[in-house]
Write a protein that binds this ligand. Structure first.
Ligand SMILES: [Fe+2]
Length: 209
C-alpha cells in the first residue's frame, strides 16, 4: 500500500500536534489502536496498515484549526508525498454516507481558494468506490474519543455538541451501524466492542469501582 511507515506516521502525528495542539492527536491515536485491533481479527486487512491509516486520517489538522477543510488538506498533504492510500482515507473517513453534504463540520469555504477545495473534494468523493479500509476508518473515527474508545453514540453526541446537527445525520448513523455489522461478520464476533480494551471501564467506570 502507498502509505508511510508506522515510525513515520507516529512522527508525523507528533509534528502535527506541535503545529496545531489539540485533542485531535489523542483521538487519532485511539482511532489507530481501534483500526489495528479490528483489522487483526479479519482475514483480509493488514493490522499495521490499518493502524497507520488511523493515526493519520486527520493529518489535515496539522495546518490549523479548521472544520471540514481538514479533509481536503489531509488528502493534498498525503498526495504530495505519494501516499495515495492514505490520501484516500483522509478523503473518505468522514463519509460513511457518500455525500459531500453529510459531514458534520462547516466547510470553511470562504474565498475562492476555499470554494475550489470544496468542489475538488466533492468531485473526488464522488469517484471513489469504497473498500474495507475506507469503511474501517469511517467506523474507527466514530469509536475514538480523545479519552479512549467510545460507544458510537457517545462519539456522535460529542460531534453534535461541537458542530451541531445536519439533516443527513440519521442516514449517516444508519450507514455507520451497517459498517459495524459488516465488521462484526468479518471478525466473527457478536459485538465489535469486545475488541476494544477498556471500553467497558471507560463507559461505565463504577462497574470496576
Ligand atoms: Fe477523526
Amino acid at each position: 500500500m502507498r502509505i508511510p511507515t508506522k515510525a513515520q506516521a507516529l512522527a508525523l502525528l507528533e509534528e502535527g500536534g506541535r503545529k496545531n495542539p489539540g485533542p485531535w492527536v489523542r483521538h487519532c491515536r485511539y482511532a489507530g489502536k481501534a483500526a489495528q485491533a479490528i483489522a487483526a481479527k479479519t482475514k483480509t486487512l493488514d493490522p499495521e496498515a490499518a493502524c497507520i491509516l488511523g493515526l493519520l486520517h486527520d493529518i489535515g489538522r496539522r495546518f490549523g484549526v479548521t472544520g471540514s477543510r481538514h479533509i481536503y488538506d489531509g488528502w493534498a498533504f498525503a498526495k504530495e508525498h505519494g501516499w495515495d492510500d492514505l490520501a484516500r482515507v483522509c478523503l473518505t473517513h468522514s463519509f460513511p454516507l457518500q455525500d459531500i453534504e453529510a459531514c458534520s463540520g462547516s466547510w470553511d469555504v470562504g474565498g475562492v481558494d476555499g470554494s475550489k477545495k470544496y468542489q475538488k473534494t466533492a468531485a473526488l468523493l464522488k469517484e471513489v468506490t469504497y473498500d474495507d479500509y475506507d469503511r474501517l476508518l469511517q467506523l474507527c473515527d466514530a469509536l475514538a474519543l480523545p479519552e479512549g474508545f467510545s460507544l458510537l453514540e457517545q462519539r456522535w453526541v460529542d460531534v453534535v455538541l461541537r458542530y451541531g446537527v445536519n439533516p443527513l445525520l440519521p442516514k449517516k448513523w444508519a450507514a455507520t451501524y451497517e459498517i459495524k455489522h459488516r465488521f462484526e461478520a468479518l471478525c466473527g464476533v457478536e459485538d465489535l466492542y469486545c475488541l476494544l480494551p477498556g471500553i467497558v471501564q471507560r463507559t461505565f467506570p463504577w462497574i470496576s469501582a
